[in-house]
Write a new protein. Structure first.
Ligand code: SF4
Ligand code: SF4
Lengths: 317, 175, 404
């Protein structure tokens, strides 16, 4: 049982044992006991005691959306300090709030995408996605010309692109304005921010995966094992609701690179795309590129019949 | 991306409002015949071009030089349009003047490629000016600065090549 | 208070006393629970990656069993109705057993959810008051409330009845009948809510059907009473509790009708999904016929259907149904058929193909089987203890004689 039950403590502790089938109560108590035990253990190193104390506080922290300003600041500093204690490196975890009068939207040019997968690669690096399992938020589907049937498209192509007679179309989280994934979460661990980004609090998610069942677009990813990113490859510019390191057993997804977009920058996929197929901007700004696309191009969205109202449009030249 | 963008500076930052077609105001008609709309800010490129300005070498008319340096532009193959449609002179004026030239003969600078290309590629030009074509050099929140046509396309061979994707199938699909 | 203490003392004493067969049985269950616990520790340590589930099929064996067991739990209480309301004395005994089955089934269902979540240590986030339950928006939040309420009801009612008898009194109808009614309503809504958990997801066309709720109920009212018949016959053999033939016959009648309804629903579903097959029928096509060469579930679903139709057919003939060996065989067939149908035929095909049409097949791993085995052993353990304690009280063999 040691080292297993309580995943939020990454430092193994021998005396941590727990006997539980029903889990919850005992697991919580064990977490607490182990943290406390190490925090007051005079023989543990000061760093490991501090880490245990911080983990203990983190375990009992409130749902991020309901935190007060001070609690949020504390939570952010705690994550930075914990990273330093455990891995030595420095990260910065931002809690940048939504910008007023901003609602993010995205458009994808089907005529331009050529399947280079630069977006996928940039997304993985930007968002500190688990390298071991090969997690990716974006899927690029290779369709044969004359067909628009996803079940016949391939998202695992491994040949020079663009392949003759094919076109390419990417899917990811569409940040539905009426998101079914948010409705179903039993603990309000996922929600839509005022700027339209659907986010997950990785410290509040219990990993039930109901949201994955509810998403019609295969946008959500689960950490089936503890995610691994080599320290050298870690993107240290993080956001609490974005690319900060996840833990084992929680759900994550595209956040329109919240750590970048709330900073006025474009998401990594938009920046990386060599063909300019990806367009991002503020839907509430009539002068924005995304609004120009919506007004001047013939756009469509996927599975509109489900009433999810995605903020992600497709168009062609 | 034949021409590296690194170090490119931003010349003019026009207000985006000036470009036609933004919702809320009557769309501005645009065509090849139209006077080119006020573009967004464009990333400057001319100052970083290897062989510019042309006058570094072209001190005399072409006819006078060709026997002297026949191989100066040997690497350039015109894969843009059939030869009957386009030749070097379609875009390059008398190099002594160090500029590009519009179809009607008017000079146009290297940093205004959108004006030149837009003569034929009117739809792309319109999309580019509006924001549906090409890429911007800035984030969504800043004033819009677009990368010009030749920032992404090699004008002599404007198509994008075929190549392996940035990741293998295994990496992309986690299999 | 002394009466309560003595009741509890009796209960603990009774549960730990017994012949060698009893101890052997309990030891076996304990061993299985340990195996399950070990597998669960492996899962906690390495993450859910040790299961067969992946992003495409994100629920599997655990949630399937959860759905099945909720059905068993709901159906057990349907027996309550004739017993308490119609004053069928003999049925009442069956009801006690039914409620014990319900308690065990609810506990197992909860356990299957707990082992399925990625962060069991954070489960306090769902507790009302302490956590932030997404009520009434999330059907899972409803399910958590309904399951726990059901557990309390099903522990409370038998406890009241047995404790009153233990003290030598007659239970007061006015005190418990309202709760009995409540628990009947609760049982139906429990299973409906569980069906809505899936039916409320337009993302998964296979589940997004108005038939799913009724189908859950029909299968539950088949498998639940069928299981109880098997248990009652076992109890009649191995304990002193008499179980009248009439009780078994009535239960058999319920099973028969429910099984017939199940058959009608299966036919209706197969017709709708195959006559003019659309993209939304891909899951059903995968289940019944296989898709793009993937056909792992096909043998399972057809065996399940075959068992279900055969059993329903046999039970429909009065003369056959009245012969105990035939009845037992048919009941076992139905329990197996519906476990397969819920397990392989309901939850998993909802995920296949995934939303963009790619077929990723799922198969449980040893960890899932071992954990599941442990949970079933836990259920059997709980049921055995409850039945062992309840039967002598119900038979009037144990009485509290001390001061009140
Ligand atoms: S695409 Fe899926 S995960 Fe993203 S908001 Fe919509 S339902 Fe939620
Ligand atoms: S997996 Fe996490 S975010 Fe998704 S529904 Fe469950 S608790 Fe909510």
């Amino acid at each position: 049982m040691k080292n297993g039950l309580v995943q939020i403590l990454s430092q193994p502790m021998d005396r941590r044992t727990a006997i539980t089938v029903a889990g919850c109560a005992v697991a919580g108590a064990a977490t607490a006991a182990a943290s406390v035990a190490n925090a007051i253990n005079p023989f543990a190193s000061p760093e490991s005691r501090e880490a245990s104390r911080l983990e203990w506080q983190r375990y009992f922290q409130e749902n991020y959306r309901l935190m007060s300003e001070e609690e949020k600041t504390e939570a952010l500093l705690r994550l930075e300090r914990l990273h330093q204690l455990k891995h030595g490196g420095r990260i910065s975890v931002s809690g940048a709030e939504p910008i007023e009068k901003v609602l993010f939207g995205y458009a994808f040019n089907v005529s331009k995408c050529r399947g280079y997968l630069e977006c996928v690669s940039a997304c993985i690096r930007e968002n500190n996605q688990d390298r071991a399992s090969g997690m990716a938020y974006i899927r690029i589907h290779e369709h044969r010309n004359g067909e628009f049937d996803f079940s016949k498209a391939s998202d695992t192509f491994d040949h020079p692109v663009p392949a003759e007679g094919h076109f390419y179309l990417g899917t990811q989280c569409f940040h539905c304005q009426n998101p079914p994934c948010v409705d179903v979460c039993p603990v309000k661990a996922t929600w839509m921010e005022p700027d339209g980004i659907v986010v997950v609090d990785y410290d509040w998610c219990i990993g039930c995966r109901y949201c994955m069942a509810a998403c019609p677009y295969d946008a959500r990813r689960f950490n089936w094992q503890a995610p691994e990113v080599p320290e050298a490859d870690l993107n240290p510019n993080q956001h609490y609701l974005g690319n900060r390191m996840r833990q084992k057993g929680v759900v994550e997804k595209c956040t329109f690179c919240i750590q970048r977009s709330r900073d006025g920058r474009n998401p990594a996929c938009v920046e990386a795309c060599p063909t300019g197929a990806r367009i991002f901007g503020n839907l509430l700004d009539p002068q924005s590129e995304i609004r120009w696309v919506l007004a001047n191009k013939k756009v469509f969205r996927l599975k509109e019949d489900l009433g999810t109202d995605p903020k992600f449009w497709y168009f062609m030249d | 991306m034949r021409f590296a963008l690194a170090g490119a500076s931003v010349v003019s930052i026009f207000v985006l409002a000036a470009c036609g077609g933004s919702p809320g105001r009557p769309p501005r008609p645009m065509s090849a015949l139209d006077i080119v709309p006020a573009p967004p800010g464009v990333v400057e490129r001319a100052a970083f071009m290897e062989k510019a300005p042309c006058t570094r070498c072209h001190t005399v008319p072409l006819a006078a030089m060709s026997p002297v340096h026949p191989a100066a532009h040997w690497g350039v193959a015109q894969r843009h349009a059939p030869n009957e449609t386009m030749q070097c002179q379609t875009c390059h004026a008398d190099p002594v003047r160090g500029e590009l030239r519009m179809l009607g003969g008017a000079p146009v600078g290297f940093d205004e490629s959108h004006r030149l290309c837009g003569q034929c590629h009117a739809r792309q030009q319109k999309d580019w000016a509006g924001g549906a074509h090409g890429k911007r050099a800035t984030g969504w929140a800043s004033a819009r600065v677009a990368i010009g046509c030749t920032g992404c396309h090699n004008p002599h061979s404007p198509g994008f090549g075929r190549r392996l994707p940035a990741m293998t199938r295994k990496e992309a699909a986690g299999e | 208070m002394t009466a309560l203490r003595s009741f509890l003392r009796y209960g603990i004493g009774e549960a730990t006393r017994g012949g060698p067969a009893y101890h052997l049985w309990m030891a076996l269950l304990t061993l299985l629970m340990c195996v399950g616990l070990f597998a669960y520790c492996v899962q906690l340590d390495q993450g859910l990656a040790v299961t067969g589930m992946r992003d495409q099929v994100s629920w599997g064996f655990y949630i399937s069993n959860f759905a099945f067991l909720v059905g068993i739990a709901a159906a057990a209480v349907i027996l309550v109705m004739p017993a308490y309301v119609l004053e069928e004395m003999d049925f009442k005994r069956a009801v006690l057993i039914g409620e014990a089955v319900a308690v065990a089934a609810v506990l197992m269902a909860i356990a299957f959810v707990v082992v399925d979540v990625g962060g069991p240590a954070r489960l306090w986030h769902v507790l009302p008051g302490l956590g932030r339950m997404n009520f009434p928006r999330s059907m899972l939040a409803w399910d958590i409330l309904v399951l726990n309420g059901y557990l309390v009801l099903n522990l409370g009612i038998p406890f009241y009845l047995l404790f009153t008898r233990f003290r030598g009194h007659t239970p007061d109808r006015r005190r418990y009948v309202p709760f009995v009614f409540l628990s009947i309503l609760w049982a139906v809504s429990l299973h409906l809510v569980t069906a809505f958990l899936f039916a409320g997801l337009p993302a998964r066309p296979y589940w997004h059907s108005a038939l799913l709720g009724p189908r859950f109920l029909a299968t539950a009212f088949t498998a639940g009473p069928a299981l109880i018949i098997l248990i009652l016959v076992a109890i009649r053999r191995h304990t002193e509790m008499p179980v009248a033939d009439r009780t078994i016959e009535k239960l058999a009648m319920i099973v028969t009708v429910a099984a017939q309804v199940c058959c009608v629903m299966s036919i209706s579903e197969i017709f709708t999904e195959t006559y003019r097959s659309t993209h939304h029928s891909h899951s059903a096509r995968y289940l019944f016929f296989g898709l793009d060469g993937h056909n792992r579930l096909v043998p399972w679903i057809w065996s399940s259907l075959a068992l279900q139709f055969a059993a329903a057919g046999v039970l429909s003939v009065h003369r056959w149904r009245q012969r105990l060996p035939v009845l037992l065989a048919a009941c076992s067939a139905l329990v197996v058929a519906i476990e397969i149908e819920k397990g392989m035929g309901t939850i998993i095909p909802g995920f296949v193909p995934e939303p963009w049409g790619k077929v990723v097949e799922y198969a449980p791993t040893w960890v899932e089987f071992a954990v599941g085995l442990g949970i079933f052993a836990m259920g059997a353990f709980v049921f055995t203890v409850l039945a062992k304690v309840a039967i002598p009280v119900e038979l009037g063999k144990v009485r509290y004689t001390g001061p009140v």
